[in-house]
Design a protein around this ligand. Sequence first.
Ligand SMILES: Cc1cc2nc3c(=O)[nH]c(=O)nc-3n(C[C@H](O)[C@H](O)[C@H](O)COP(=O)(O)O)c2cc1C
Length: 129
Amino acid sequence: MKWCVIKNDDWEKIINKVLACDVLVIGSPTYYYDVCGQIKNFIDRTYSLYHDRKLAGRQGVTVAVQAQKGATRTIQTLEGILSTHEFSSLGSVKGNGYHAGDVLSDKEALEKAKKVGNKIGSLVKSCKV
Ligand SMILES: Cc1cc2nc3c(=O)[nH]c(=O)nc-3n(C[C@H](O)[C@H](O)[C@H](O)COP(=O)(O)O)c2cc1C
C-alpha cells in the first residue's frame, strides 16, 4: 500500500505539506510517558510512504513538552519516525509545563529552541530560491 487507505480526513492535507517541506518540526505533549494518540496515529499512517522512501532526505526537529516526566521517551518516539524515514535530525527540544504558556518559564528549553531555530534559519537562508 503506497498511500494511506483511510480517506476523508485531514491526513492527506498534512502529509502533502510534509512531502513539500525541507525541514519537518514534529512535536507532541507527553501523555503517559509517550506521544499523544493523535501524533501516534499520524506516525503510523506515514508507513504507507515508507516502501518507496518517499520522505527520505529531509531534515527534522523533534519537540516534546511534559509536566514532570516522560518527555525523553516522547522524543525517542518522534526521533523514531525521523530515522525510519531517513531524515537527518537537527536536534530536539524538551520543555516543561502543565498549562498553556508555562513553558515560557523553562529557560533551558527556550535556549535550546533558539539554537535549533537558528539552525533551521541558516538552512533556509542557504537554500536557492
Ligand atoms: C492524558 C494526559 C497524560 C499525561 N501524561 C503525562 C506524563 O506522562 N508525564 C508528564 O510529565 N505529563 C503528562 N501530562 C501533562 C502534559 O504533558 C502537559 O500538561 C502538557 O503541557 C499538555 O499539553 P497539551 O495542552 O498540548 O495537551 C499528561 C496530560 C494528559 C492530558
